[in-house]
Design a protein. Structure first.
Length: 458
């Protein structure tokens, strides 16, 4: 008998964790951290609803923290099995997990200095040693190759088109005897068609069950051409001899921006000017992208021919002398911290400059304040006036919207017995389930956190 437990990513867009059990065999697909609202973040401190010490395998879809961020905690709780992922995910995970551990340690130290925690001392969820221990358990498998985990479970990776190394997990399990008689597809985060840098997602194989993300289950993306949006915003700023400053996530979005800007310069739609990338993690991630040229469309466009890479603090400080026309990319994407704040403190009061927002800006962040046309934002204890233009560029999302997901589903050889909609807010998942259920012979359900569902074809 086989079943699947929904222990994360159900009823919310974070914390993805799905446990497949076939008799005594077990595989956890993703081990993500809850992010966002405090009520969700507190769930990271709850015990895992399974024994970490006896779990033999974790299979990862991609390297974003909401899919891998609890691996160090899993190790802290006794996990000593294998973590299986694509080669690029293994490389990106090292950046992401070590950074996450550093942030955990910093947060705990801050709470202890300020005596803001009811726990004495405040402890990190995990630390750098836990992250390093987790990374030692990684093993990589290429796209398309079937891997036998046990006599009753095997899987392969298909390209999800979401991020470098991102994968769908196609799994076959022997629910009755040794025959491979039940198939499951975990989409992870499903990518889009025609997005710069990332490839289109592989077509879905025929399966009995599917776990499909529903982040944009009730929304569609902006239809305006992405390259033209960037070209117009940059041209306007350069015409004022200003600096184009772009807050961007270090992994994925920064590399996408470099590719788009280089393409526009190659096509003559933008003048040839240097692109400054000021983020150690983004610099390291760009190097990883360059080591996997066959997995994205950039080819050599992520090289240093127009990109000036700034890793050290001294190099970042030297950018205080940067004057327009120029392009500066730095993190973090929602202006929650990092080097971008130092640059904005200098550049926001000058009306010649422009800030391009290229990702989701959560409520309560400085990015959301800029998006909502705040006259000033607080940085390092100072109210910094916003005189630079602020432009929200839509279309950079790496998640398929509802129409793109339905197009992708339409390419499957036949409908699964059940599609479980995960990784979405309730309204989005419910709306997408209704749309799928309108198709004759299709069945979509929205699981609740903690549900355990039998996987049977009878």
């Amino acid at each position: 008998m086989a079943d699947i437990g929904f222990h994360g990513g159900a009823g919310t867009v974070t914390g993805s964790r799905h446990l497949v059990r076939v008799g005594d065999d077990r595989v956890l697909v993703d081990c993500g951290m809850y992010q966002g609202l405090k009520a969700l973040r507190l769930k990271n401190w709850e015990p895992f609803p399974f024994d970490a010490g006896s779990l033999p395998f974790v299979v990862l879809t991609h390297a974003h923290i909401d899919h891998i961020g609890m691996l160090p905690r899993l190790v802290k709780d006794g996990f000593r099995g294998a973590v299986v992922c694509t080669p690029a995910t293994e490389e990106l995970a090292e950046l992401m997990l070590l950074d996450a551990a550093h942030l955990q340690e910093e947060d705990a130290a801050f709470l202890n200095r300020k005596r803001l925690s009811k726990h004495q001392p405040a402890l990190p969820l995990f630390d750098t040693e836990d992250a390093k221990a987790a990374l030692k358990l990684f093993t990589a498998r290429p796209y398309g190759a079937w891997t036998e985990l046990t006599d009753r479970i095997r899987f392969r990776f298909l390209n999800a088109g979401h991020l470098l190394g991102s994968a769908m997990v196609q799994m076959q399990v022997a629910a009755n005897g040794r025959g491979k008689d039940v198939s499951i597809l975990f989409t992870g985060d499903l990518g889009r068609y025609g997005t710069p840098l990332t490839p289109d997602p592989d077509p879905p194989p025929g399966v009995d069950f599917m776990l499909l993300e529903s982040t944009y289950g009730n929304r569609t993306h902006c239809p305006v051409d992405l390259h033209e949006q960037v070209a117009q915003a940059v041209r306007r700023t350069l015409g004022r001899l200003g600096v184009v400053v772009i807050p961007a996530f270090a992994v994925g979005r920064s590399q996408q921006l470099i590719h788009v800007l280089n393409t526009l310069m190659d096509d003559g739609r933008l003048p040839q000017i240097p692109i400054h990338l000021d983020s150690p993690m983004a610099v390291d991630a760009t190097a990883i992208y360059r080591r996997h040229p066959g997995e994205h469309e950039a080819g050599g466009s992520l090289s240093a021919r127009r990109v000036a890479f700034h890793r050290s603090r001294e190099e970042s400080k030297a950018l205080n002398a940067l004057r327009g026309p120029a392009i500066l990319i730095s993190s973090s994407g929602m202006l929650s911290g990092g080097r971008i704040l130092h640059h904005l403190k200098r550049l926001l009061p000058d009306e010649r400059n422009a800030v391009l927002l290229v990702g989701y800006q959560a409520a309560g962040t400085r990015g959301r304040a800029l998006l909502e046309k705040a006259p000033a934002i607080r940085i390092h204890g100072e109210d910094v006036p916003v005189r630079a233009s602020v432009e929200d560029l839509c279309g950079f999302s790496g998640h398929a919207d509802v129409n793109e997901a339905m197009t992708w589903l339409g390419r499957i050889p036949g409908p699964p017995r059940t599609i479980f909609l995960t990784h979405g807010e309730p309204e989005a998942s419910t709306a997408m389930a209704a749309r799928i259920n309108e198709r004759a012979g299709w069945k979509a359900v929205v699981p609740r956190l903690g549900d355990v569902v039998p996987l049977t074809t009878s």
